[in-house]
Write a protein that binds this ligand. Structure first.
Ligand code: GLN
Ligand code: ZN
Length: 766
């Protein structure tokens, strides 16, 4: 019999029960016991759902109070030593302190989990890191599952991925040096699981899908030889990319099974099947764990027939990766359009799909004929639906030419005209777009959405906010203004709601980090802009001042990256359709007299594929998408873009190729690290490296900003340097915003004065 399982289930709960319990506990509203009870109920519910779906085992160890990497550290007793916790008696409070910080402790750093939007806590490795064993939460959860009568497969993050994902600190030369200390801890855990009667343990080694240095690759065989000697059967799980080039290594590992992602990399199946070791289980990740589309069961079944013939019962079926990255249950969506709903599958529905594949492989197609028929019908309906296809959009995209993505003249010519038009001083000051989103703004927006606030009253509420934002900027003497974005709850949702082809869910929450969840929209059809989206707001704001007012849009790559995207056409095609919609908006803004238009691309870098060999292809279409949206304007219209990360040195040539007249970028937190890359590559256009961190309420001194600006001046010519914060100000409050911007403007003015003085003394000497 084929076995069906999942690599992990979302822990937040269909109604975000975990989030609300966590936050209530942090506020002190409920006890630890109540929080623990919620966790227990959620686990029980999720196991019950797995069993009800017909899976052959339930997954234990995918639950975490905050993050699975932090849970692994708690299990091994390896939380950063700087907290001074007693590893064997770690409390929930200790655990949350590590995750969230406290008055005495800076929180652990957080970073993106591979190419997902989930963030994990980064382990801190030092010479003295110990792995003496920690708390028993995992074993407690295991007994919960076992005593409820389930067959439990336990999931652990593998030792090599754990080490790799951490950061070496305080004199530790190489993370692999910790391996000798780490392995006994893993061995102890595995032995305990074996003693508890666990037959299978799933060990995740997602780093196998990365471009991995030789020393890491070489560590696998010795590590797994040691782990496998006394342990339950090991299912080594890989995901997010192909591991085809690691076939020889995988085949040599002494593990009982290997899981591969056949959604991201279906082509790896034949390559890996060749020389597949006798007796080795292959867990086929067939159902998409990263997207929300209903699966094409018939073609998936077809795609694994060969594997089934050669492996028989040793073929398992699963989702490509943990279901952590998709919403919990489509059944919660009561308001969704029935036609579209039929095309989707969330975690609960995906488990039923896995089971259907298992049944079909076992020849029990009769029993599930209705499931296959329904899937076939949904796939066919979706393919043919007029809601997906818009011939207008397709034709227009087919007719775009390279020239459409090219400004008429080069930057050096454009900037002369722009300068004539705007007459900006040296080191112009600006901000990134949003201003504080006060409670009043949020309430007005929400009331309007619920239909409780009449349209004209809403309009006036937003306009009065815009007036306030403009007045404040004028009082601060900022050179290039913004309207403050009060009408936007979210920079993707705001545009998605105004575009054809975008869909929304009521409960489609996905964990981002800790208790934070996001509800990404989904793109199901050809994207089309029926009417202007921002013009009236921008025009109103511009009518209040003679200073330039930046129009503010979200770029095509970010619109794509922060949504669930179509799986029936290449990502690039969807991005370019969005580009065309934005191009029309840019054109309308220009026609309405808006002279500067900012197209934000904060997600540009996170779209980079995991494997470097695929970077160029991505960057080519991503740059093209940006240019297609922005290049249709006159020379004297100034295009801005914004990105919020500082690690872009390795893609600097592509950032330059976007050919924005001005880019503003995060740099203050990294102390202008971005400037490192400017030695080898001179960024040709104008640039505003952020001079203060908007993520913190701290108000930096004028002198700190001056210092950062001086650093920037060492690599960026004065004529091309802008002065701005790192990112939008929507999470800050007004008093700190005003105070920080005041300092920023002062720093810019002091710099102008000192440059003018230098010039003066130079000309007097000559
Ligand atoms: N214009 C947006 C804002 O200021 C940019 C946000 C972002 O970069 N994430 O809020
Ligand atoms: Zn930003």
């Amino acid at each position: 019999m084929t076995k069906a399982h999942i690599l992990g289930f979302p822990r937040i709960g269909a109604q975000r029960e975990l989030k609300f319990a966590q936050e209530a506990y942090w506020r002190g509203d409920v006890s630890a016991g109540t929080l623990q009870e919620t966790g227990k109920e959620l686990r029980a519910c999720h196991w019950q759902q797995q069993a009800a779906a017909g899976l052959d085992m339930v997954t234990v160890g995918d639950f975490a109070w905050y993050d699975q990497v932090l849970n692994t550290l708690a299990l091994l007793g390896a939380l950063p030593e700087r907290f001074g916790f007693d590893a064997k008696h770690l409390s929930l409070n200790d655990y949350f302190t590590a995750a969230r910080g406290s008055t005495q402790h800076v929180a652990m750093e957080m970073t993106k989990w591979f190419d997902t939007n989930y963030h994990y806590l980064v382990p801190e490795w030092t010479n003295t890191t110990r792995f003496d064993g920690g708390i028993d939460w995992l074993f407690d959860e295991l007994s919960e599952a076992q005593s409820a009568g389930y067959i439990a497969k336990v999931v652990l993050l593998g030792p090599l991925s754990l080490l790799y994902l951490g950061k070496a600190k305080q004199g530790l030369q190489h993370k692999l040096e910790l391996l000798e200390k780490l392995l006994p801890a893993y061995q102890a855990v595995l032995q305990r699981l074996q003693a508890a009667g666990v037959a299978w343990v799933q060990i995740d080694e997602p780093i196998l899908a990365l471009d991995l240095e030789q020393e890491w690759l070489e560590a696998f065989v010795p590590v797994y030889t040691r782990l496998a000697s006394q342990a339950p059967d090991i299912l080594l799980a890989t995901y997010f990319e192909s591991v085809q080039e690691r076939a020889a290594l995988l085949h040599a590992l002494p593990v009982a099974g290997v899981h591969i992602d056949l959604v991201r990399a279906p082509q790896q199946l034949p390559a890996l099947l060749k020389d597949w070791p006798i007796n080795r289980v292959l867990s086929a990740g067939l159902i998409d764990g990263r997207n929300i589309w209903r699966a094409d069961l018939s073609s998936l079944l077809e795609s694994v027939q060969v594997a089934h013939v050669s492996l028989g019962d040793r073929l398992w079926v699963s989702a490509s990766c943990s279901l952590l990255h998709v919403p919990v249950d489509l059944a919660s969506e009561c308001l969704m359009d029935a036609e579209i709903k039929d095309w989707l599958a969330f975690a609960v529905q995906k488990m039923a799909e896995i089971n259907a594949l298992k049944k079909a492989l076992d020849g029990d197609r009769q029993a599930i004929a209705s499931q296959f028929d329904a899937a076939d019908k949904a796939i066919r309906d979706r393919r043919l639906s007029s809601r997906i296809h818009n011939p207008l959009v397709q034709k227009r995209l087919a007719q775009t030419t390279a020239a459409d993505a090219q400004r008429s003249h080069v930057f050096s010519q454009r900037i002369v005209q722009q300068q004539q038009r705007f007459q900006l001083p040296l080191f112009p000051t600006t901000s990134i777009g949003s201003f504080p989103q006060t409670m009043a703004i949020r309430q007005a927006r929400a009331a309007y959405k619920r239909g409780e606030l009449p349209h004209l009253e809403y309009l006036e509420a937003m306009r009065s906010e815009i007036r306030h934002v403009v007045d404040q900027q004028l009082a601060l003497d900022i050179d290039v203004l913004v309207h403050g974005e009060p009408e936007r709850n979210d920079m993707v949702e705001y545009f998605g709601e105004q575009l054809w082809g975008y869909g929304f869910t009521e409960y489609g929450w996905v964990q981002s980090y800790g208790s934070r969840c996001v509800k990404p929209p989904f793109i199901y059809g050809d994207v089309y802009r029926p009417e202007e989206m921002t013009v009236s707001w921008s025009c109103y704001a511009q009518s209040l001042t003679d200073r330039p007012m930046k129009g503010m849009l979200t770029g095509p790559v970010t619109m794509l990256q922060w949504s669930f995207v179509r799986d029936d056409q290449p990502r690039a095609t969807t991005a370019l359709q969005i580009s065309l919609a934005l191009r029309d908006e840019v054109g309308d803004l220009e026609k309405a007299g808006i002279g500067m238009i900012q197209i934000d691309e904060p997600a540009f870098r996170e779209g980079l594929p995991l494997k470097r060999s695929q970077w160029a292809e991505y960057l080519d279409w991503a740059v093209h998408a940006f240019k297609l949206s922005s290049a249709g304007v006159q020379d004297q219209t100034q295009i801005h873009t914004h990105m919020c990360y500082s690690e872009f040195n390795d893609i600097l040539p592509w950032i330059a190729a976007m050919d924005a007249d001005v880019i503003t970028i995060e740099t203050s937190r990294s102390d202008m690290k971005l400037l490192d890359g400017f030695g080898d590559f001179a960024y040709p256009n104008q640039i505003g490296p952020g001079v203060y961190d908007i993520h913190s309420p701290r108000i930096p001194r004028v002198s700190e900003m001056q210092k950062l600006l001086q650093k920037a001046r060492s690599v960026i010519p004065d004529r091309r340097l802008w002065v701005n914060p790192d990112c939008g100000l929507k999470t800050r409050d007004w008093p700190e915003t005003i105070a920080a911007l005041k300092h920023m403007v002062e720093a810019a003015k002091l710099l102008r004065a000192s440059v003018a003085e230098d010039e003066h003394s130079e000309c007097c000497q000559s």
